[in-house]
Design a protein around this ligand. Structure first.
Ligand code: SAM
Ligand code: SF4
Length: 322
């Protein structure tokens, strides 16, 4: 099992397969994708080697992310490769869902076990103003198809002004009869978004207080679960989650490691730098990769310093996958 010097165990890998994205979410890539590094993204054999190495060290869940992972034409094969790796029990994806209705069945057929779709607003105009794309209806259709097929669906929404007033109520109405978990993520500062962060960042605490006062109660979580605090209500089929990276003790239960689309290990979303594992991936050296991984893991810091405005090398989350 992968364990760091603080006794934290890592059973969850977030694997970025591209840093390219077609959206322009204004907290992430407001000017759209700018090609800042090589586009020599991990190949299928390299992904196979990586996931084999992690799974033999106790990884049970892999989340495929990006950039926008669905821009890769070989995504079904990537999902299949991860799903067929011995020891991997859950294969999830985080996507903007811009082509979800056409793509979702092939992902399910390939072995996908859960889906996260980013939907920052249920108001089509607001959605378009945040992402730069008039795609809300298509994305919601795709979510409906996934939900009907029985795939667990979570919706990520970055906590900004869009949930003030009517915005939050729209989400509540939407999940009343749908088994979907909507997770509000506190806006995180990155190298590129300081001015937006200064205006838009808000703590999830007031939303949490509101939920508790309206009869929502905390749900207990599994060991491979993410950092969301989840809430349920007897009148709602869906759930609400809150991800509050600025809250005290957030990093104490960290259970995930990240691999970038160029094969670098990121010990934290806000680490100072990525650590190169690509040579082991290229030469399909599972044992070598494991030895290096265990060594590097001992340098994982106890937590991030986001509260002090220290964002490490992370200019935006499309770089490593959020
Ligand atoms: N393109 C895919 C998507 O948007 O779902 C996957 C990559 S995206 C970087 C992963 C998640 O990070 C999305 O849910 C996005 O909303 C979230 N995200 C991006 N930048 C963020 C920020 N500065 N603070 C909080 N969440 C952010
Ligand atoms: Fe693209 Fe996702 Fe970033 Fe939006 S949050 S710009 S969809 S990578």
């Amino acid at each position: 099992m992968l364990e760091d010097r603080y006794g934290r165990r890592f059973s969850y890998l977030r694997l970025s397969i591209t840093d390219v994205c077609n959206f322009r979410c204004h907290y992430c890539l407001p000017d759209g994708y700018q090609c800042e590094s090589s586009r020599d993204f991990l190949s299928l054999p390299e992904i196979k080697t990586t996931v084999a190495a992690f799974s033999q060290l106790g990884t049970k869940k892999v989340r495929i992310t990006g950039g926008e992972p669905s821009l890769r034409k070989d995504l079904p094969q990537i999902i299949e490769t991860v799903a067929n790796t011995t020891g991997i029990e859950q294969v999830a994806i985080t996507t903007n869902g811009y082509k979800l209705p056409q793509q979702i069945q092939s992902w399910i057929d390939a072995g996908l076990t859960s889906l996260n779709v980013s939907v920052d607003s249920l108001d089509p105009r607001l959605f378009e103003s945040i992402t730069g794309h008039d795609k809300l209806d298509t994305i919601l259709q795709g979510i409906e198809i996934a939900n009907k097929a029985g795939l667990p669906v979570k919706v990520n929404s970055v906590l900004m002004d869009q949930v003030k007033g009517e915005g939050f109520q729209r989400f509540l109405d939407w999940i009343k009869h749908k088994s979907i978990s909507v997770r509000f993520i506190e806006l995180m500062q990155t190298g590129d978004n300081l001015s937006l962060f200064n205006v838009q960042h808000q703590s999830g605490q007031s939303l949490k207080d509101k939920l508790l006062s309206q009869g929502w109660t905390r749900v207990l979580k599994e060991s491979t679960a993410g950092p969301a605090q989840e809430f349920q209500h007897p009148d709602y089929l869906g759930k609400i989650g809150l991800i509050m990276p600025y809250s005290k003790g957030f990093c104490e239960s960290c259970n995930r490691l990240r691999i970038s689309s160029l094969g670098q290990l990121h010990l934290c979303l806000f680490a100072e730098k990525g650590l190169d594992l690509r040579p082991f991936m290229r030469s399909e050296d599972v044992a070598g990769l494991q030895t290096e991984l265990k060594r590097l893991l001992q340098d994982k810091a106890s937590g991030h310093w986001l509260d002090q405005g220290i964002t490490g090398a992370t200019k935006h989350l499309a770089m490593i996958g959020g």
